[in-house]
Design a protein around this ligand. Sequence first.
Ligand SMILES: [Zn+2]
Length: 360
Amino acid sequence: MLCLVSTRVLSPTLSNSARISMKVLAFPDSRHNATRRMHFLSYIRVAGCFCALLLPVPQEVSSTDEVTSTYSVGNSRVAVSVEAGALRVSTQDLMQWVRWASDSVAVYYGRFPVPVVHLRIIPASGNGVRGGRTFGASDGGSIRIHVGGNTTMADLQSDWMLTHEMVHLAFPSVVDKHHWIEEGISTYVEPIARVRAGHMDAHEMWFELVRDLHQGLPEPGDEGLDNTHTWGRTYWGGALFCFLADVEIHKQTNNRKGLDDALRGILNSGGDIRRDEELADVLRIGDQATGVSVLLPLYEKMKDEPYNVDLPAMWKELGIERAGDTARFVDSAPLAKTRDAITYGEAPAPMTAPGSAAKP
Ligand SMILES: [Zn+2]
């Protein structure tokens, strides 16, 4: 099983709220079982510590002084610093990883979300990307992300976490009870952004959504997204809101508009991480951008009561079938065109890098 944890905290000096976020990709046998989730997380954390203690340090690992680099994404600037520490991947590999993530976010939103992002890469123990935090800043934002010393280029190619953190830059800060919308957007948009930039396979993206989205469904005793602050309802409940909104916007506009248009409208109204906003106001701007009233009415339904969804019926309508560890598309399904519009937006992008069979 794979467990990856990401944390997000808005700087208390810039916002009155502090938030921590986690996303776990795979819980194949833990449906509706929060206790097992917690045990699983504890197990992974303990196991990670053991790994760090027991694994020999590979010869290739080198300890370097801090390296800084800046590059442009459209009119924005990504300023990267790599703290001194032992890493198996080269600085060049890290820069490639940063470019994949920033390109993915820029493709989805039509531009990079903020003028400047200060990205600090911190070497850590173990392997894989180990956790990130995103802060608002006066000129844009800053992200701190930990990379395990044994991380390989293949790990960076399949990483979702840096894209997830960068998506956080593209939405206003809301009060804590709405934290689900911030994590839900990052959880839902990240793989679609990577697909659109050609960095993830669309079948893999849908397979993962079908596998994981049920974790956002309400459990007994649920009091809606604004009042039920469990891990499942925060990350996948938020993603469920986004998915339902995306499908409904496409339905009401005959696939001419989607959630991407709503989120771009919010961002282009000035609603990035630097701004504190009322959620209802933000959703209203999103609805104005698509020309259909979807986000605000859906929020009214989901905010303070459980809102059950028949996900298997929706997968069938969209023409998505699980096939082993991937998904199969059924193009004769009633909403097959909606599925493609959600996936690709304007036009399909060719696969170019991470997630493709041919690695650069
Ligand atoms: Zn997050």
